[in-house]
Design a protein around this ligand. Structure first.
Ligand code: HEC
Length: 147
């Protein structure tokens, strides 16, 4: 009785093991395809970077007078995807528009009104953003996350 159970369990394990092996080979092969495909988006990124440089001159959104600069945000934050260099005290804000909710448990709009982190609390506490400024910040961070 016990033997039967053990050999049943063993053949299960072996069966699964073989299954995984075979699957691994198949998956391993198909893994290569996305890797090839991944080189293309990289090229696209450099294309968008080219467009970005153009956009930088054309639109007022990403020039030196942008809201993040005038509010001093760039003193602590870079926004890589917009080509904005900044301090390294705070995280790069390229993905903040999509990430803040998951990281801080509130929407980025709420975060900018009432930050949960100590540093940002004192930044915003010392100089709150008006509704209009916050909208501009959100616009820029939305753009950044879409690049
Ligand atoms: C004195 C430095 C400093 C300044 C100025 C500053 N920040 Fe921050 N900021 C930080 C730090 C440090 C963090 C990380 C806090 C944490 O994760 O606990 C942060 C976090 C954030 C986050 C959350 C990002 C994430 O991925 O967690 C956002 C959004 C943000 N800041 C926006 C701004 C904006 C907009 C301004 C300008 C109005 C600004 N910050 C000005 C230091 C600063």
């Amino acid at each position: 009785m016990n033997k039967a159970i053990i050999s049943f369990a063993l053949s299960l394990v072996i069966g699964f093991g073989l299954g995984y092996l075979v699957f691994g080979v198949i998956m391993g092969d198909s893994d290569k395809q996305p890797q090839v495909a991944q080189t293309e988006p990289t090229q696209e990124t450099s294309e968008t970077e080219g467009q970005k440089e153009g956009a930088k001159e054309e639109t007022a959104t990403v020039d030196a007078n942008n809201i993040l600069n005038s509010k001093g945000c760039l003193g602590c934050h870079a926004v890589d995807s917009l080509g904005l260099e900044g301090g390294a005290t705070g995280p790069d804000l390229s993905k903040a528009f999509t990430d803040v909710e998951g990281k801080h448990g509130k929407s980025i709009d709420e975060f900018l009104k009432e930050p949960t982190s100590a540093v940002m609390s004192s930044v915003i506490g010392g100089s709150p953003l008006t509704d209009e400024e916050r909208t501009q910040v959100l616009d820029m961070l939305k753009q950044a996350s879409e690049k």
